[in-house]
Design a protein around this ligand. Sequence first.
Ligand SMILES: O=C(O)c1ccccc1NCC(=O)[C@H](O)[C@H](O)COP(=O)(O)O
Length: 380
Amino acid sequence: MESLLASRSIRSSFSAVASTRGASSRPSRIATLAGAGAGARPLRAGPKDSIVEALAKDDMLNATEVVQWENGMTVNGIAATQGIRICRHCRPTASLKEIQEELGAPRNILEKIIWDKEIEVAEGHAKKPLEEVIQAAQKAPPSRDFYGALEAAYKRNGVPALIAEVKKASPSRGVLRENFDPVEIAQAYEKNGAACLSILTDEKYFQGSFENLGKVRTSGVKCPLLCKEFVIDKWQIYNARSKGADAILLIAAVLPDVDIMYFIKICAELGMTALIEVHDEREMERVLKINGVKLIGINNRSLETFVIDTSNTKMLLEKHGNSIREKGILVVGESGLFTPDDVAYVQNAGVSAVLVGESLVKQECPGRAIVGLFGKELLH
Ligand SMILES: O=C(O)c1ccccc1NCC(=O)[C@H](O)[C@H](O)COP(=O)(O)O
């Protein structure tokens, strides 16, 4: 299916790019970044010059979109060389029905989410052009130090710092909490020692929203906030910052290296922390080669099958713990943590922080559930 999808998407992605992305006169940073990417060459003179130059000047594009013209490969082709199994349809202006008629159904839930996200992001661009979200991000109140808050909480409490997730529902578990008040939950998490909060913003699959993120941000909660999104386009990062996010999730199963590099640079410019999520050996190896990675999340849940296995964290850290420590990277253990034993297990494996949703949000009192999860009170 990959080659079919790839060969089809080279046609459709050109028309998608051509039809949805207007040319910008502002100078681009992308040409340099694309040239620095894994396997990419500097933009060269040649028959594709005019296309490449036009794209390189177009600040609307993401790095992989430039590399694809440079290398004569599709976005999916580039991704496949890095072991990425999630394909893009690259037809953001088509309906999902039309896309599925052409390409068949998405092969797993993560691919399904990404296909929807491609359309949602194109709609976002149309409603609010990139220049506007950039300006909104620049006007937002200063960001808070997400990485620093995790580091300090780990030192203070001697147990992994908690990123407590404000999560109403999920594709694997359905609705987790009927009476869902994001601000009440966020305040309870903070009061009970969470170092940072994760706010799900995807509406279709998690019943989250940017409204929730904004409400938590203006509620007096001081913890730094992670925007838990499925990022495929820089527009989403500026949008998240403009709504008050201090950190953003970048999923290695979805993003080619050059996009991760590029998005990390955007985060740095905005004072945001990038949490780079990996699930397997190949993703960990890729991410450890990328400059500027400070925070890696190891997801115990496969986003393709939903299977949760906490020994995934142990296995990846046994193999890569030394190089992670040498680089000063903090590791977050993500998903499927329910008891003090679970937390101790991932701590012994080498994590400095944990990201927890279900086991807290399902309890009647999510704040008090923190003591149950750690077996002790967390101090602020
Ligand atoms: O939670 C899901 O079902 C899910 C499905 C597809 C993509 C992502 C998904 N979850 C995102 C997460 O990684 C979790 O929300 C987070 O790690 C907290 O996990 P948990 O404590 O198990 O709720």
